[in-house]
Design a protein around this ligand. Structure first.
Ligand SMILES: [Fe+2]
Length: 482
C-alpha cells in the first residue's frame, strides 16, 4: 500500500511516499525549483516520489496533507477581527491567497495529480509529532513539538506509544517560541523562515553570560517563562499578529535601536542580542523538557517542529534533563511533516504495525554513474574515472589534506536542510584557515556561519564534550557540542 504525504503553502513544501510502512522517497520542492524554502505545491517532489517507485498516482491509496486549512483559516480570521482596524492592510493582502489557494488544497490535489482517492488532513502538530515518533527507534517516548505556528498550536507535548500519539498540553498562538526566534531574526536584519539558523550560528560570538549580557534581561521582560516551561508573551513587543512584519517599535526601543538593515555591519550588540535570544530559548526548552519528563516518566524523548533544528539547544538536552535517549528526524521543520502525515495515516489511523525506523537521510533523488557520465559529456565537463571507491576516497583524502576544497556528490540527496555527506563541501578541519578558505570560495556566505567537522563515531569523545554514547541525531547534524 502506498501513502503520499504533502506539505506546502507556508514554508518548505515537500512530499514523501510510504510503501507498506517504509518511507521509500521524500524530498523538498526547493531542490527541484532551486528556490530556497519554496512553499508552492510540491508537484516536482511528488513526481520524483512516484517515479522512484515507478508507479502512477492510481497506485496511491491515501494522500495526506500536513494541516487542517479550515482550522488555520479560522485562526487567521479571528486574528484579523481581534486586531481590526490595525489588521486591515494584512487582511487585504493575505485573503486572496487563502481564497485562491490555501482553502482549495483538496481541489488542487485532485486536479494537479488527477487523483480520485481519499485525501486526509492531519492537524499540524500531530503531523510534527508523528514525523518524529513514528519513524524513531522508540516504542514509547515523550514528545515535544515546538514551531512558529500550526493551526493554533505553537508548542505541544505528549506521549507516543506503539502506533498511538497522545498530545496532552499545548500553547497557542500568538505565544510562540518559534515566532520569538523569527522576530529577533527579523530584528537582526535576516530573512524570517530562512535565516533563523544564522542567528543560532551568530550566538556564540555574543556574550552567553546571562548576568552580564544586558539583552538577556531585556528579552526576559517580553517573555514570562514559568517553572514548567510554559510561557506567555507581552504582545506589545510584537506586531506579527496583525502586520506583515514582526518586531514592534517598543521592541526596537527595548533593544536600543531600529531593525538592522541587511547590508549594514553586524556589531557586537547584534551578536549579544542573538546570544541572549539563544539563552532564553534554551531556558524555556529545558524547563519544558524537565516538566515533560516529570509528566511522562519516560526516558526517551523525540523533538519535532522547526525549533528542533536548533542543534545548539539540542546538544544540551541530555546533560540538562533526565532523558536518557533522544531522537529527532533530519527534516524536523515543516518540510518533515509529509513523513509525519504518511506515518500517521498508516499507523495511527489505519492501525498498521510499525516495523520501520528512519536510519538515514538519503531519501532524495540519486544518479547512476551512467547518468552522471552522460551529463558530463553533454556539458563538456572534464572528468577522471576511478576503478573503485577506494581510489576515489584516497584521492579525495589527499586533496582535502592538501587544503583543496572538494564538492562531494554521491547517492540519494539528503532529506532536510543539512548537507550530510551526500551533497557536501569538504575541507581540511586541521587547517586553521579552512573557514576563510571556504568563505572565499562559496559566494555570499557570511563569515560567522559554522561548518561541522566529521569524525569517526569511535573518536567522538576525543574531540567533543558530547553525550555518551553519541545520540543518533548527531548523524543528522542536529546536536552541537563543544
Ligand atoms: Fe510547523
Amino acid at each position: 500500500m502506498y501513502v503520499l504525504g504533502i506539505s506546502c503553502y507556508y514554508h518548505d513544501a515537500s512530499a514523501a511516499l510510504l510503501k507498506d510502512g517504509v518511507v521509500v522517497a521524500a524530498a523538498e520542492e526547493e531542490r527541484f525549483t532551486r528556490k530556497k524554502h519554496d512553499i508552492s505545491f510540491p508537484a516536482n517532489a511528488i513526481k520524483y516520489c512516484l517515479e522512484s517507485q515507478n508507479i502512477s498516482i492510481d497506485k496511491v491509496k491515501y494522500v495526506g496533507f500536513y494541516e487542517k486549512p479550515l482550522l488555520k483559516f479560522e485562526r487567521v480570521m479571528s486574528q484579523h477581527l481581534e486586531m481590526f482596524p490595525l489588521s486591515f492592510k494584512t487582511f487585504l493582502s493575505s485573503t486572496p491567497s487563502w481564497i485562491n489557494e490555501k482553502l482549495r488544497v483538496m481541489k488542487k490535489i485532485r486536479k494537479t495529480l488527477k487523483y480520485k482517492g481519499d485525501v486526509l488532513f492531519i492537524e499540524h502538530h500531530l503531523a510534527h509529532a508523528a514525523s518524529s515518533f513514528l519513524v524513531s527507534p522508540f516504542k514509547k517516548a515523550a514528545i515535544l513539538t515546538v514551531d512558529g505556528v500550526g493551526e493554533w498550536t505553537t508548542t505541544a507535548y505528549g506521549i507516543g506509544e506503539g502506533k498511538d500519539i497522545h498530545l496532552m498540553k499545548e500553547i497557542k498562538f500568538p505565544h510562540s517560541l518559534g515566532l520569538l526566534y523569527s522576530t529577533i531574526t527579523a530584528y537582526l536584519g535576516f530573512t524570517v523562515n530562512n535565516a533563523e539558523y544564522k542567528v543560532m550560528g551568530l550566538s556564540p560570538y555574543g556574550n552567553m553570560n546571562k548576568k552580564t549580557n544586558p539583552y538577556y534581561g531585556k528579552l526576559k521582560k517580553i517573555i514570562d517563562i514559568k517553572e514548567d516551561g510554559s510561557y506567555k508573551f507581552d504582545m506589545s513587543y510584537f506586531v506579527y499578529h496583525y502586520k506583515d512584519r514582526m518586531p514592534s517599535k517598543k521592541l526596537c526601543n527595548l533593544l536600543g535601536g531600529p531593525i538592522r538593515t541587511a547590508e549594514s555591519e553586524l556589531t557586537q550588540r547584534h551578536k549579544d542580542i542573538s546570544a541572549a535570544l539563544q539563552s532564553v530559548y534554551e531556558e524555556a526548552l529545558l524547563k519544558m523538557l524537565n516538566h515533560v519528563y516529570k509528566e511522562t516518566r519516560c526516558e526517551n524523548v523525540v523533538i519535532a517542529g522547526g525549533c528542533g533544528l536548533n542543534s545548539v539547544a539540542n546538544g544540551k538536552i541530555l546533560s540538562n534533563t533526565q532523558f536518557k535517549n533522544i531522537w529527532i528526524q533530519p527534516a524536523s521543520g515543516d518540510g518533515g511533516t509529509s513523513i509525519g502525515v504518511v506515518s500517521y495515516i498508516y499507523h495511527t489511523i489505519l492501525g498498521c504495525k510499525r516495523n520501520y525506523q528512519l536510519k538515514d537521510a538519503y531519501l532524495g533523488p540519486g544518479f547512476s554513474t551512467k547518468e552522471i557520465k552522460k551529463f558530463l559529456d553533454k556539458n563538456k565537463i572534464g572528468y577522471s574515472k576511478f576503478k573503485n571507491d577506494k581510489d576515489i576516497i584516497k584521492t579525495t583524502a589527499k586533496l582535502v589534506h592538501e587544503n583543496h576544497v572538494v564538492g562531494w556528490f554521491q547517492g540519494g540527496m539528503e532529506w532536510g536542510p543539512r548537507a550530510l555527506g551526500s551533497r557536501s563541501i569538504l575541507a581540511n578541519p586541521c587547517n586553521p584557515k579552512a573557514q576563510d578558505l571556504l568563505n572565499a570560495k562559496v559566494k555570499h556566505r557570511e563569515k560567522f556561519r559554522p561548518f561541522a567537522p566529521v569524525v569517526c563515531e569511535d573518536d567522538a569523545l576525543k574531540y567533543f564534550e558530547c553525550d555518551e554514547p553519541t545520540p543518533e541525531p548527531t548523524d543528522f547534524m542536529l546536536m552541537v557540542y563543544q
